[in-house]
Write a protein that binds this ligand. Structure first.
Ligand SMILES: *Cc1c(COP(=O)(O)O)cnc(C)c1O
Length: 230
């Protein structure tokens, strides 16, 4: 797999234009929005190419793959790694070792494990919220948001920055993100500085920007289709 650099640059520019349009349409400042390129399943060389094109924020969702890539690309010292996937407590150290921001804290156990893991302190984290009715999905249930936020606020080596969610497939993204906006306000009653909202992927980032997203997680619109994994 290699994507010609000019094709990658064109897609990056096209997405950034659409982000700028959506920000303008919603009266948002572009400087309040971080575009993260989700590079899961793609090889480290793709990330290196993105870095050459100016990308400084990338997202990964599987710990082993993330650890292999952070190691392979350790020379890119100003590249920000965003961890956006499920975290097993026993892998918290590996996640903490390289992450700039962990988007997917959805249980006290995970928060505790990240808090205890070695690494630079404090570590910025988001509470992932489940916007679906399926309890098996990642994310804390809306009823438990305050309890989890309060727990994280009590951990000295984590800094709670806001919320993260994935829009459900069976609902218009705008209504799902409107709920997320309210959930962020609930987190802010516990931690006033928790102003970030990680939301918006390839198909719904414009709606996410309109709802107040500060961190977009965009994969296939920039990288092309993900390589198939067996
Ligand atoms: C894969 C993934 C994305 C990016 O999805 P695209 O549809 O390719 O933009 C965003 N967020 C999470 C949590 C993901 O796992």
């Amino acid at each position: 797999m290699t994507i010609p650099a000019n094709a990658l640059l064109e897609r990056l520019r096209a997405i950034d234009e659409r982000i700028a349009d959506a920000a303008r349409a919603s009266g948002r400042e572009l400087s309040d929005i971080t575009r993260i390129v989700v590079t899961k399943f793609h090889p480290p060389e793709l990330i290196r190419e993105l870095y050459r094109l100016g990308v400084r924020d990338v997202g990964e969702n599987r710990q082993q793959e993330y650890s292999a890539k952070t190691e392979a690309l350790a020379d890119l010292v100003d590249l920000n790694w965003h961890f956006i996937g499920q975290i097993q407590s026993k892998k918290a150290k590996a996640v903490r070792a390289s992450a700039t921001l962990v988007h997917s804290v959805d249980r006290e156990r995970v928060a505790d494990a990240l808090d205890r893991a070695e690494g630079d302190s404090p570590l910025d984290v988001l509470v992932q919220i489940n916007l679906t009715d399926d309890l098996g999905r990642g994310g804390v249930a809306p009823d438990d948001i305050e309890a989890l936020a309060t727990h994280i606020a009590g951990l000295s080596r984590l800094q709670l920055r806001g919320v993260m969610a994935v829009a459900p497939l069976d609902e218009p993204p705008a209504s799902a993100f409107a709920r997320l906006h309210e959930y962020r306000a609930r987190v802010q009653r516990v931690v006033p500085g928790a102003t970030w909202m990680s939301a918006g992927m390839t198909t719904d980032f414009a709606e996410a920007i309109a709802a107040g997203a500060t961190h977009l997680r965009i994969g296939s619109a920039i990288t092309g289709p993900r390589p198939v994994h067996g």
